[in-house]
Design a protein around this ligand. Sequence first.
Ligand SMILES: Cc1cc2nc3c(=O)[nH]c(=O)nc-3n(C[C@H](O)[C@H](O)[C@H](O)COP(=O)(O)OP(=O)(O)OC[C@H]3O[C@@H](n4cnc5c(N)ncnc54)[C@H](O)[C@@H]3O)c2cc1C
Length: 289
Amino acid sequence: MYDVIVIGGGPAGASAAIYLQRFRLKVLMIMKDLGTLGKTNHIDNYWAFENTVSGQHLVEQGVAQAERLGVTVVEEEVIGIENFEDYVVKTTKNEYQGKTVLIATGQAKPNIKVKGFKEYIGRGVSFCAICDGFIYRNKKIGVIGNAEFMLEELEVLRNFTKDITVFTNGLGLPLHIEEEITEKLVTEPLCEIQGDEVVKKVVTEENEYEVDGLFIAIGTPSSNDFALRIGAFTENNYIVVDENHMTNVPGLFAAGDCIGGLLQVVKAASDGAHAAIAINKYLKTLKTV
Ligand SMILES: Cc1cc2nc3c(=O)[nH]c(=O)nc-3n(C[C@H](O)[C@H](O)[C@H](O)COP(=O)(O)OP(=O)(O)OC[C@H]3O[C@@H](n4cnc5c(N)ncnc54)[C@H](O)[C@@H]3O)c2cc1C
């Protein structure tokens, strides 16, 4: 059992992990890749580098520093967070238990660019099978996605109906994912989501498919997906936190780009430090109960 599971190894996550480890806590940091920062070659506005530094270098150094101090780091993709008595963080390979969780997964990704998509959010288009699946029991459901996260949503939706169509929106489907799908599979690119008051059909380049509800589970879950599934508030695609970086769900914290504000390295690292201090205090309150 970890004291803290940090999801994300960018400036927010690694900075938090470093502070937490120095509080002598048991810390696990999970990261799927080098994140946003790893994609940029020129950082000129971060303190203490005379010459331009690459984002990749910063991330790698941050992770190495965390590991040197004793943080356990794993390169895995998180596909779900559950909150029972403790937290269970599920990756594509493992499940980890923690007393608290810090989400530091960067800015939420943009949604799909399909005509009608935005119009039907909340009117048949949903981002959370656990939250909304029940509404569509014994109805026609579509799921858009092409990776483990989609399988996770599919598993939940199978409890409510047998009439499910999986749409990959033209994206490739790895063999190990395809093997898990027993439902109707549509791989054509999507053209439009149509309906009246609510969603009625999905139009692809070649066909039309009737649906009563459409669940979006594309690629890797973002900070918003995690928040939604666990009941944490979001606003304008950002996780809402209090002055201690805690969400409305006790023991669930968030830091960095995923909470908005200045979307820069310096602020993400600062968030991580603040969150770590607050988490350390929070863990002490658990011990006294
Ligand atoms: C093109 C570009 C240029 C930029 N230039 C600058 C600049 O010059 N100066 C500056 O200060 N800022 C710059 N930024 C912004 C900066 O990159 C971000 O503000 C900063 O990286 C945010 O840090 P973060 O830790 O919140 O998120 P990120 O750096 O995005 O890290 C997110 C972490 O979460 C992990 N993650 C995400 N989802 C999952 C999952 N499901 N499972 C496991 N791990 C997951 C990722 O692997 C990564 O480790 C730039 C951004 C871009 C896109």
